[in-house]
Each structure stands twice: as C-alpha cells, then as structure tokens.
Design a protein around this ligand. Structure first.
Ligand code: PLP
Length: 393
C-alpha cells in the first residue's frame, strides 16, 4: 500500500488519548531524506517553514536533515532559534517596530514585505550585525487557481511588484524572497522562476541570495526531483546567487494523523456520526480551503444524495461543536462506525496542528473589560510567547 494510508494502516489508535495528533516518524524521515538529497545535489539550503509544521518534539530529527527554519514573525523566529537547529529566516507581511530588535536577534535573514516598512525600520536595524535583510517581491505571475492561496492574485498585499521599485534603490538589502505556489509540481515552479528573473533579474548583480519560498510537493510520489536539481544548479551557476527553499507541506506530507473517537451516531436525511474532534477547532482548513480529509478504511463520498439516505455505510462525520458547518466529510465505510470506535483522519500534520494553536505564531488578542459609564479599562489577560510554545509539543 502507498500514499497516506500506508503507515497508519498498521497503527492501533486505541493506544492514544482522543482526540490526538500522531506523527509518523518513519514517513517524516523519508520526506526529510528526499529534501536532503535535493539540497545536497543542487547545493541549495532547505528550511522548514514553521508556519506549516512546528512540532518541536521532532526538531532534532528535522535538524539532522535540513538547514534551518523559516519563520513568520517574532514568536516563530524565537521558536526556530531556541527549539530548532540551523539558520532562521523570517518574513512577515507586517512587523511591529517594538519587535524589530527581537526579530534581528533571532533571525539570520529578516525579510520585509514592502519598501516603506523596510525604510521606516532602517533607524532601528543594525546593518553591520549578523542579520541580513531582504525584501519580498511579487512577480505578478499567478500559478494558483484559488485566490485564497495565490500571493500573486490582483490587489495582493504580499511582496513588492516589479513597478514598486521605480526609482527606489536596494542598498542595504542582500536578498529577495518570492513565494507564489501552493501544493504544486515542477512546471509551475519553473515558470515562476523565469517570471521572477524577468521581473527582478536587474537586481541579481547587487544581491547575494534568493529565497524561492515553498508551495511545491517536493516529497510527493510524482515530483521530478532530478529536473529540479538540474534547473537549480544551472540557475545558481548563471546568477551566482545562494538559493534557499522553504517547504512546509513537503516536510510533513502524509506524516501525521488525527485520532478521534465516535461519540454518537444518528440519522437525519442520512446517517451521521459525531466525533470528539472538530473541523472548526482542529482542522480549520477543512472548512477554509475547503477539502475533505481522508479517513483510514473509508472512501470519501463527494456528493451524497437522497438515494444514499438509507445506506448505513455512508456516514457524514461532524464535530461536537454547535456550528452547523462543523462537518469533516461524508464517507463510505466498510463497517459503519459505532459509538466508542476510534477513527484515524489522515494527513493532518501540516497546517493542522499549527492552526489549532496560533497560526504563524500570531499572538492571541488579549482580553480586557471596559466600563463606558466610568471609562475604566481592566486588562484581564495577555498571552505571551510561552502560551504559544506550550501548545506545539
Ligand atoms: C512565505 C512562505 N514560505 C513558505 C511557505 C510554505 O509553503 P508550503 O507549506 O506550501 O510548502 C508558505 C506558505 O504559505 C509561505 O507563505
């Protein structure tokens, strides 16, 4: 058996508390081996995008294959520096000036999203220090069909477009960053690389490195790693740039599951089961993307209709919350789930565990009370870095 079912078919979900994320160490290491081979053969550095997967219980394993981490802000940069190994490269679409000192101290590369933010930050930056500075560029080259995941969609806030540099110098910047793919193969990357060179090649003599982001299913079964190696070797030799890739999904692809227990079953126009995990709380991409995750031993039913209403094998799974749309998916089971059964929801390591804590390490809002009658404010709670970190492993 291959694909997401391969590892967990032999796993006993009864050994875990429920609900519980579980990481398949063998599959994770297989993915890491592929990435290491790519990095070595192409002589490029490969960073784990913490925004996708930041469970630091496996930081040592990851650190023995990859060159470091890519962070999305102060808290992920600190996590990368303190919990993971190697370099830390940080990009965020918006930065707070009070975070700049910390961002520089935790990061090897700090990448700005706009020239205005870079210029505003200059007085606070140590240009002679160890941290190098870069800028995210937007080649206005779309490869992603869904606007939710397309950084190059019209009116995008991500990266400086080609005409955004008109008249502006790039002194002090040692590199550029581009990220514009989502779960894609080699051809879209190849086209993005060409589009980026066409739009921003004029900078190549002035910068030292380029970070080519993530968004490629590098560890998927059909990815032509050798073609990518050839393209990157040629690119590096021609441009003289040091190249970084920062995959997230590819690191943890098919290497994690969410174990859940059936709490109740019922019928209302069709069979349903309520489980103790929730799409909205624990797998928000199921609703946001949207997509239906695979469940071990079950087949996804794309469009169940009235004809399926009496079929006891076709069951809609949903969470225990009050949200009507807290639906995980509709499945055909070999044996319909019973109360107390454990189910294994597959491929839940990346963009799932991180979203069930604080995505990108974005600090949680504090909580305050305001009495307008006397204009009195009481700050009840503020959430700190430790709260964020404690939920990741
Ligand atoms: C800037 C940046 N780098 C890297 C990644 C990782 O992408 P993926 O997990 O698809 O490989 C993302 C994902 O959104 C990103 O925004």
């Amino acid at each position: 058996m291959t694909g997401p079912d391969a590892g967990f078919a032999a796993f006993d979900p009864g050994t875990l508390p429920s609900p519980c994320y579980v990481i398949d160490l063998a599959k994770l290491e297989d993915n890491l081996r592929v990435l290491k081979r790519l990095g070595d053969a192409a002589d490029v550095k490969i960073l784990l995008a913490l925004k996708a997967f930041s469970c630091f219980a496996v930081a040592d394993l990851i650190g023995s294959y990859l060159d470091g981490t890519a962070a999305s802000g102060l808290w992920e940069a600190r996590l990368g520096r303190e919990r993971f190994r190697g370099e830390v490269h940080t990009f965020a679409a918006g930065l707070k000036s009070q975070d700049l000192a910390g961002l520089q101290s935790y990061s090897d590369h700090l990448i700005f999203n706009s020239l205005s933010q870079w210029q505003r930050s200059l007085p606070q930056l140590d240009l002679a220090g160890d941290c190098q500075f870069g800028i995210r560029v937007n080649p206005r080259h779309s490869e992603v069909a869904t606007p939710l995941y397309d950084p190059c969609a019209p009116w995008s806030r991500l990266g400086v477009p080609p005409d955004g540099f008109a008249g502006a110098g790039i002194e002090g910047l040692s590199g550029i960053h581009v990220h514009a793919l989502c779960d894609q193969g080699f051809e879209p990357f190849d086209r993005l690389l060409s589009a980026t060179e066409e739009a921003f090649g004029w900078m190549f003599g002035q910068i030292k490195w380029i970070n080519l982001g993530g968004g490629q299913l590098l560890t998927g079964p059909d990815y032509p790693i050798d073609r990518l190696v050839t393209r990157l070797v040629d690119y590096r030799q021609r441009t003289g740039l040091n190249v970084y890739l920062e995959p997230g999904t590819a690191v943890a692809l098919d290497a994690g599951a969410l174990v859940t227990e059936v709490l109740d079953t019922g019928w209302n126009d069709g069979h349903f089961a309520i489980v103790d995990c929730s799409a909205t709380c624990h797998m928000p991409d199921v609703i946001e993307a949207p997509f239906t995750p695979e469940v071990l031993g079950a087949e996804i039913v794309e469009s169940a209709g009235p004809d399926d209403a009496g079929d006891a094998d076709i069951v809609r799974l949903g969470g225990p919350t009050c949200l009507a749309g807290d639906v995980i998916g509709t499945y055909r089971f070999a044996t319909p789930p019973q109360v107390g059964d454990r189910l294994v929801i597959l491929d839940q390591a990346y963009y799932t565990m991180v979203k069930a804590s604080t995505f990108n390490g974005t600090p949680l809002p504090g909580i305050a009370l305001w009495d307008p009658r006397v204009n009195e404010v009481t700050i009840v709670r503020e959430f700190d870095y430790e709260t964020f970190e404690s939920r990741l492993s």
